[in-house]
Design a protein around this ligand. Structure first.
Ligand SMILES: [Zn+2]
Length: 503
């Protein structure tokens, strides 16, 4: 690709106010442009990197025995009404009405469409197990989109859905995804760790999140160096000391959804004054869709933390409702827990019969009995992964792409006196199957070097009168900065062998 032909230019400064360095670089280097809050266009370089990431994902999903399909972005509301999520999820779900007055939703995920497919296509245990995946757009109307692609409203996901006859089958597919996700992130060049997680709006029985540790993350993790315990703060447990000083009460209105009806209950939570309340745990205990703080209302339910001793007031329910904090004691091994900030880049859920049960996706087993299909769902945020890669692979000059996900592996710069040689090398590299970004623009050397640093392709080739006098082409590795001069006659071999070893 010739840079003179690119639709966009690089920018000296990021056009929008964002404090996230990786996102600033994606904007400045011309990988993405913002269209609306939390909505982006992917320009040529950004789209190329997405394609590289998606190719790795397809290979790993195919290796699991997955079959690629594509489900739609727009769903009939009836499917979401059948699963109940039409009522359970509030303004985050995109809703629209077509010209005939029929309600539709924009895909927030695809459990309903897959369960609908399964109830039409799967009849017998002989058709199980199944694994289907797609790479598709989602819409989630986040009230606070931020940090660019880290928390956008429109985003791309790789999501897959497993169908099994029993829990043992689900266990196998869950573990296979767990392992495959580590391979995908390793191949893309992003360090992640897996933590126990909240099942959230997907429902189900067990979930893990894959986390990239970074100060820009919105999730807080509790980590134990003693035994390896790792959990999202939303679900993290900790050992509560026997003697606790003082109590505090916190009052909430819990919004419950029962079928299509919404009900409210006033809940007073009681816990040690040294603890913070964990609203995710509280929500699960109450089976509430939402909690909002209130004060001085008549209490319907007194909920007391299980670590509290010496509470002499009313008790309707006892449960763990306290949030683990830095320095709290690990339940498993007694070592202190530490906290870290992270971005969630993927999650996997054991859905069980959460969707097949409510939507009637059943099969007939070997004993001729109808059973609900046992489902799992698994997802990686493709565009969020792009954002995390930019955050992780950068320096003062710009982005520093790993070879496997770089939009182009090679950046060829033609400077004064080197134009003819550069043009010839460009053609030779293309013929050798090397993808090249060729800076053929009529710009000063400083501009070209700055842009090359900003865009951050792995191997920079500079051809100038000076390099030719020195014996050929100046070769610089973006990560590390080593330079060498390679003869023009053997340059293509030099580049192809470097790329082969760098992959
Ligand atoms: Zn521990």
């Amino acid at each position: 690709m010739k840079m003179s032909r690119l639709l966009n230019e690089t920018l000296r400064e990021a056009p929008s106010a964002t404090e996230v360095a990786g996102h600033q670089l994606l904007l400045r280097a011309g990988f993405v442009r913002q269209v609306a809050a939390g909505v982006f266009s992917y320009l040529h370089l950004g789209q190329r990197t997405l394609q590289k990431i998606e190719a790795i994902m397809r290979q790993e999903m195919d290796a699991l025995g997955g079959q690629e399909i594509k489900m739609p972005l727009v769903h009939p509301a009836a499917l979401w009404q059948a699963s109940g999520r039409w009522y359970e999820i509030d303004a985050e779900l995109g809703r629209l009405v077509d010209r005939n007055g029929r309600s539709l939703t924009l895909a927030l995920s695809h459990e309903e469409t897959l369960a609908d497919l399964a109830r039409q296509e799967i009849h017998s245990y002989r058709q199980l197990p199944q694994l289907a995946y797609h790479i598709q757009t989602k819409w989630r109307d986040d009230p606070r989109p931020r940090a660019g692609l880290v928390r956008s409203r429109e985003f791309t996901m790789l999501d897959s859905y497993s169908l099994d006859a029993d829990e043992a089958g689900l266990d196998g597919q869950y573990q296979a995804h767990y392992d495959a996700y580590f391979r995908i992130f390793a191949r893309c060049g992003l360090p992640v760790l897996a933590v126990q997680a909240d099942v959230g709006i997907m429902g189900g029985t067990l979930a893990h999140e894959f986390m990239y540790l970074t100060p820009i993350g919105e999730d807080t993790l509790l980590l134990c160096d003693g035994c390896g315990y790792r959990a999202n703060r939303q679900v993290a447990t900790f050992h509560k000391p026997e003697s606790q000083q003082g109590t505090q009460t916190v009052q909430f209105v819990a919004e419950l959804v029962v079928g299509e009806e919404k009900r409210e209950r006033v809940v007073t939570a009681v816990l040690s004054q040294n603890f913070q309340i964990n609203e995710t745990k509280l929500g699960h205990v109450l089976n509430a869709q939402r909690l909002r703080p209130t004060a001085e209302q008549a209490t319907d339910l007194w909920l007391v933390d299980d670590g509290l001793t010496g509470w002499s007031g009313q008790v309707d329910k006892v449960a763990d409702i306290a949030a683990a904090q830095e320095g709290d004691t690990c339940t498993n091994c007694g070592q202190p827990l530490r906290t870290a900030r992270a971005v969630e880049v993927a999650n996997i859920f054991k859905l069980g019969t959460r969707y097949s049960g409510t939507m009637g996706a059943t099969f007939v087993n070997a004993q001729d009995e109808a059973r609900p299909i046992v489902m799992g769902s698994y997802g990686i945020g493709v565009t969020r992964l792009l954002a995390c890669l930019a955050e992780h692979h950068r320096d003062e000059a710009g982005l520093v792409w790993p070879v496997r996900v770089a939009p182009y592996p090679v950046h060829l710069l033609a400077l004064r006196g080197g134009e003819e040689t550069a043009e010839s090398l460009y053609q030779q590299l293309l013929q050798a199957g090397v993808d090249v970004l060729y800076d053929d623009r009529d710009e000063r050397p400083g501009v070209k070097f700055n842009d090359a640093g900003l865009i951050g392709l792995p191997l920079r080739l500079t051809v100038s009168q000076r390099s030719l006098v020195m014996g050929g082409v100046e070769v610089q590795v973006r990560a590390g900065g080593e330079t060498a001069v390679a003869p023009v006659a053997t340059l293509v071999t030099y580049v192809t062998s470097w790329l082969a070893s760098a992959r």
